[in-house]
Design a binder for this molecule. Structure first.
Ligand SMILES: *Cc1c(COP(=O)(O)O)cnc(C)c1O
Length: 356
């Protein structure tokens, strides 16, 4: 391609984007395994809920039509599930994050992010031309509330994740409330893993007009492949969000899958108890230090090995975990490991302990 055409591409897309986990097919082929333990992407290992599958089958009948723009059935199911709140939906919570940034941030304006954390907030903010302010957590990865409030001054939107990816760290609803109270901009609280913790932030929506709480159907609800997420949103922002969103964003089949999954509480509870018992076992059995946290994964300190070395050694033994090197603001000696099926967790524990 002639250089002159390539130079049309914006500078930010000439750099590295989102870092994906290595694919199981690639690992299986490279190291000669028939199956590999997939513990890098925080997915639900149980397969989708049969209720989600049935709802998708039913919805195929209407897939010649454009989807319901208001996600009406899903919003109804969310109201049944959570009570009286306003919701917006998106292509994964990632889609919700992107739309929220588009709604609020002009090029050159500030977006504040509590780091180390999920990388997509920063990528989406830069795509909008924002100035990104990374606000470091303390050494134990807790949020320094006063430092956060000071550094986030002037930001149009600030991002804070609890339980935090990849550290697992919890921030209390009281701390979130203090931050929301103090900020002039919007606070986006990412609750992708909240179902695995004992914390509940929903009540804060009744008291704060500048709070958005992001949720996803990809983790405990087992629909990562459907790409559907949602958020609790203040009522003033909801119609504006709809104006900014890509037309017909969420597709008919994903809407049906999410609506079906929300009716299967037995599946959710079984998933949570499976995760909790394995997290407990990771803590007691793994010889490397496992950090405290409340998600379906743990972060493990692999020093003196780097996270990259450890992830590579585990891949050679048929276990895919996530090296945390690509997370902004984190040292290079951590891996993130999620709870998979029993055999996957057992294989991980055996192999990690052999590396010590
Ligand atoms: C997985 C994840 C999301 C969103 O996932 P989607 O699949 O886009 O819904 C958002 N935030 C964090 C911290 C996550 O780990």
């Amino acid at each position: 391609m002639p250089q002159s055409v390539k130079s049309l591409v914006r500078e930010i897309y000439q750099q590295e984007g989102y870092v994906y986990a290595r694919s199981p097919e690639e690992i299986a082929k490279t190291y000669g395994f028939t199956q590999v333990a997939r513990l890098a992407s925080n997915e639900n290992p149980f397969g989708p809920s049969p209720k989600a599958v049935a709802a998708v089958q039913e919805a195929t009948r209407t897939m010649h039509r454009y989807p319901d723009t208001g996600s009406g059935d899903l919003v109804h199911a969310l109201n049944e599930y959570h009570g009286d709140f306003e919701f917006v939906t998106g292509v994964g919570m990632d889609g919700v994050i992107e739309t929220c940034i588009r709604v609020l941030v002009n090029p050159g304006e500030k977006v504040a992010i509590s780091v180390p954390t999920f990388s997509f907030y920063g990528l989406a903010a830069k795509a909008q031309g924002a100035e990104v302010i990374n606000i470091p957590r303390r050494n134990d990865f807790s949020v320094d509330v006063d430092a956060f409030i000071t550094a986030a001054k002037g930001a149009k939107i600030s991002f804070l994740c609890s339980p935090n990816n990849p550290t697992g760290t919890l921030t209390s609803p009281e701390d979130i409330e203090r931050i929301a109270d103090a900020l002039e901009g919007v606070l986006f609280l990412d609750n992708a893993y909240v179902e695995f913790s004992d914390l509940d932030y929903r009540d804060l929506m009744h008291r704060h007009e500048n709070l958005i709480i992001g949720r996803t159907m990809s983790k405990v609800f087992g629909l990562a492949g459907c790409r559907i997420g949602y958020a609790f949103i203040p009522s003033w922002l909801k119609p504006i969000y709809a104006t900014a969103a890509t037309p017909f964003t969420v597709n008919t089949l994903s809407l049906a899958a999410a609506t079906g999954a929300l009716t299967d509480q037995e599946y959710v509870e079984r998933s949570i108890s499976h995760v909790r018992s394995w997290i407990q076992k990771f803590r007691t059995t793994c010889k490397m230090p496992v950090l405290p946290g409340g998600a379906n994964f743990v972060m493990i300190d692999t020093a003196p090995k780097t996270g990259d070395e450890c992830a590579k050694a585990l891949a050679e033994r048929g276990v895919i975990v996530r090296s945390c090197r690509s997370f902004p603001g984190l040292a290079d000696h951590y891996i993130r490991v999620c709870v998979g099926e029993d055999w996957e967790c057992e294989q991980f524990l055996t192999e990690i302990n052999r590396l010590c």
